[in-house]
Design a protein around this ligand. Structure first.
Ligand code: SF4
Length: 389
C-alpha cells in the first residue's frame, strides 16, 4: 500500500496522476495536515493559476418551507398544513430580486422544500415572470429533490420538468441535496430522499440540456473518510462522462459540515449512546484539500464561510479553494440548524480575500469575471501574486 508521502509527492509533479479512491482515503486518514493543505494550495495554483479569489454577489430566496421529505438534519421545513408553513407570492419574491438589483447582484439561488400543493405551472409562471421583471439576474433554482417532487405532482418525468423550467427562463440547477452520495449514509438520514443515483440522474439530465450546475457535499453524518471520497468519486465519474460528450458539467464543488442544532439528527449527539457527529475545522480543511486534489475535472472549489466562519474560509483558500462563495443576503435552510451568519456584504467578502493575501474578483454564476471595484484598495494593498511552486 502506498505511503501518504509518496502520494503527495506525485501530486506535486507538473502532470500529477489522477488520485484513486484508495489513495485519496490514505491521504485523508494519514497525511500530515500541513503537507496536505500545502499540496492542495499547489494544486490550486496549477488548476486555477494566478492570485485571484472569486466571489458572487447574489441572494438566496427560500420560496416555501413546506416539505414532505423530513430529512433528519433539517430544521427548516414544515409539513403541509403546519401553522408556520409559508409559500411566498410572486410579489414577495420579486421584491427580494429588486433588493439584489440595488446592490449590483447577478444571480438568485432560489430553493425551498418539496411542496405537494404547487403544480408545475406555478413554477413555470414564476420563472417566466421573474425573467421578464428582472432580466439581468440569473435564475439558479431548485434542487434535484424539488425537481422530483414537481415531477410527482404533475405526473411527468424529471427531464420534462427541467425542460419546461429551462424554457421558462431558468438558468441553472444548483446541486443542493447531494449531502452524502453513499446510500448507507444517505438513506439513514434522509430515507425519503431516495438513492444517490436519483440525485446524479437529475443532475445529469440538467447538464444534458445546458443548465448550469454545481456539486455539493455535506460531511459529519458519522461517515468514514472513505465514504467522503466515494461521494467525490460519484461526482467525478459523472463529470468524466459529460465532459467526454462536450457537455460542461459541474462548475464547482462546495462542501460544508452538517449543522446539529434544532433537529432530530443532532439529538443523536446527545444522551448515553451519543456518537460523534459534525465536523470541525481540522476535518473541513482536510476535505477541501482532498477535493482539490481529487477533482482533476472540476475547476472551482468553494470555501464555506456560512458554516465555518470567515477565518476558516480564509484558511480554506490555503488548502486549495479558489472561490469565497457569495453574499447570500439571506439563508434559511442551513441556518435553521445552527449557523448564525447568513449574509456578507461585498466589501466584507473582498476584505476577507484581501486579508488572506489574494485579489478579490467578482464573478457571475458561470464563473465569468465581472467588473470589480476593489472597495479596500487604499486600505490594504494587495501582495504580489503567489509564485507557482
Ligand atoms: S433538506 Fe430540503 S428536502 Fe430535506 S426536509 Fe429540508 S427542505 Fe425538505
Amino acid at each position: 500500500m502506498a505511503d501518504w508521502r509518496e502520494i503527495l509527492e506525485g501530486q506535486l509533479l507538473p502532470n500529477p496522476p489522477r488520485l484513486t479512491v484508495e489513495e485519496a482515503t490514505i491521504l485523508y486518514d494519514e497525511a500530515d495536515q500541513n503537507e496536505l493543505l500545502h499540496t492542495g494550495l499547489q494544486m490550486r495554483r496549477l488548476r486555477v493559476p494566478g492570485n485571484k479569489v472569486t466571489y458572487l454577489v447574489d441572494r438566496n430566496v427560500n420560496y416555501t418551507n413546506v416539505c414532505t421529505i423530513n430529512c433528519q438534519f433539517c430544521s427548516f421545513y414544515r409539513p403541509p398544513g403546519h401553522q408556520e408553513s409559508y409559500t411566498q407570492s410572486i410579489e414577495q419574491i420579486s421584491a427580494r430580486f429588486s433588493e439584489l438589483e440595488d446592490i449590483g447582484g447577478s444571480r438568485v439561488l432560489m430553493q425551498g422544500g418539496v411542496n405537494p400543493d404547487l403544480p408545475l405551472d406555478w413554477y413555470t409562471d414564476l420563472i417566466s415572470e421573474l425573467r421578464i421583471r428582472h432580466p439581468s439576474i440569473d435564475l439558479d433554482c431548485f434542487s434535484p429533490i424539488e425537481i422530483e417532487g414537481i415531477a410527482d405532482v404533475c405526473q411527468s418525468t424529471t427531464k420534462e420538468v427541467l425542460l419546461r423550467l429551462k424554457n421558462a427562463g431558468m438558468h441553472g440547477l444548483p446541486g443542493g441535496g447531494a449531502e452524502m452520495l453513499v446510500d448507507d449514509v444517505r438513506l439513514d438520514v434522509s430515507p425519503k430522499k431516495g438513492s444517490a443515483d436519483n440525485w446524479l440522474r437529475v443532475m445529469d439530465e440538467a447538464q444534458q440540456i445546458g443548465l448550469t450546475t454545481s456539486a455539493t457535499n455535506v460531511i459529519g453524518f458519522g461517515e468514514s473518510n472513505e465514504h467522503r471520497v466515494k461521494h467525490m468519486e460519484k461526482i467525478r465519474e459523472l463529470q468524466d462522462k459529460n465532459l467526454a460528450q462536450g457537455i460542461r458539467g459541474f462548475t464547482s464543488f462546495i462542501a460544508w459540515p452538517v449543522q446539529l442544532e434544532n433537529n432530530t439528527f443532532g439529538k443523536r449527539n446527545k444522551g448515553k449512546n451519543k456518537i460523534q457527529l459534525g465536523a470541525g475545522a481540522y476535518d473541513y480543511l482536510r476535505h477541501v484539500a482532498i477535493s482539490r486534489l481529487f477533482f482533476d475535472n472540476i475547476q472551482h472549489i468553494q470555501a464555506s464561510w456560512p458554516t465555518m466562519g470567515m477565518g476558516i474560509a480564509q484558511l480554506a483558500l490555503f488548502a486549495g479553494a479558489d472561490d469565497a462563495g457569495s453574499t447570500m443576503m439571506e439563508e434559511n435552510v442551513v441556518s435553521a440548524s445552527g449557523t448564525t451568519k447568513t449574509l456578507a456584504g461585498e466589501d466584507e467578502l473582498q476584505l476577507t480575500i484581501l486579508r488572506a493575501g489574494f485579489i478579490p474578483q467578482k464573478r457571475d454564476s458561470n464563473y465569468l469575471y465581472l467588473d470589480t471595484k476593489i472597495l479596500h484598495e487604499k486600505v490594504l494593498p494587495c501582495p504580489p501574486p503567489l509564485q507557482p511552486a
